[in-house]
Design a protein around this ligand. Structure first.
Ligand SMILES: [Fe+2]
Ligand SMILES: [Fe+2]
Length: 244
């Protein structure tokens, strides 16, 4: 398949305008057919409310895995009632940086094959990939310092894993172009920037000064990633439209 354009004109038959005669029949058919079940949105809401109240939460934060050798302050902190929020959010960042690493691995593979002139260049992507991976290792280290288990899937880690799975699907799809892949990457970097900001505030709140300082450096790197991805996507989109 040609990778030249993300929006080539072709035999797209998804729109109703492709068949005006059948479109009219479908609209009439819809009007004539009553809903297959009784009730309205409020009936559904009542049913959903039941599940909202009865459902268990998505997982939990495990207790410290290794109490031996854990610094006193860290131990005290992790045993605090709300410290589980910090552990959960650290695990979320860990999951997201892991996905980020995979996203960049996938897009590097694409950039190598497509070898497009206007970038992003493979070496630029590799640099970001390396930073995502180093962020992953840094967060892993902090979870271990707190006596946590970095392999544990906490609730927030689970949620971002599910939410970002679509991004990975877009980039690993061989049919998607570089700009389409960059679109998925932009969503990841936007969420990543906000994720680090939240984590910095949490680290500051728990008086984890070194952690907050290291995370600020990570955020600076993430801000650069965001600017780069934004720039590539904007340039490539204008290029395709011929408005560059
Ligand atoms: Fe990241
Ligand atoms: Fe990033």
């Amino acid at each position: 398949m040609s990778q030249n354009s993300s929006a080539e004109m072709g035999k797209n038959r998804t729109g109703i305008a492709m068949s005006p005669i059948n479109a009219k029949a479908v609209a009439e058919g819809a009007k004539e057919s009553p809903p297959s079940s009784s009730g309205d949105r409020h009936t559904q809401d009542a049913l959903k409310a039941f599940y909202l109240e009865q459902s268990e939460r998505i997982g939990s934060v495990p207790p410290p895995a290794n109490l031996k050798g854990v610094a006193k302050t860290a131990l005290k902190m992790i045993q605090g009632e709300k410290a589980t929020v910090l552990v959960d959010k650290l695990a979320e960042r860990l999951a997201f940086e892991r996905t980020g690493t995979r996203l960049y691995e996938a897009i590097i593979g694409k950039a190598e094959v497509l070898a497009e002139q206007s970038g992003p260049r493979v070496d630029e992507l590799e640099k970001i990939h390396h930073q995502e991976l180093s962020h992953f290792h840094m967060v892993k280290g902090y979870i271990e310092n707190l006596g946590g288990d970095p392999t544990a899937q906490t609730p927030s880690a689970d949620v971002v894993g599910v939410a970002s799975s679509g991004l990975l699907k877009v980039i690993t799809d061989p049919r998607t172009t570089m700009p389409q892949s960059l679109q998925a990457l932009l969503i990841a970097e936007l969420a990543d920037n906000d994720g680090w900001s939240t984590l910095i505030k949490l680290a500051e709140g728990f008086n984890q000064d070194q952690m907050a300082a290291d995370f600020r450096k990570a955020l600076e790197a993430e801000e650069r990633h965001l600017m780069q991805v934004r720039g590539w996507l904007s340039a490539r989109t204008q290029e395709e439209a011929g408005t560059a």
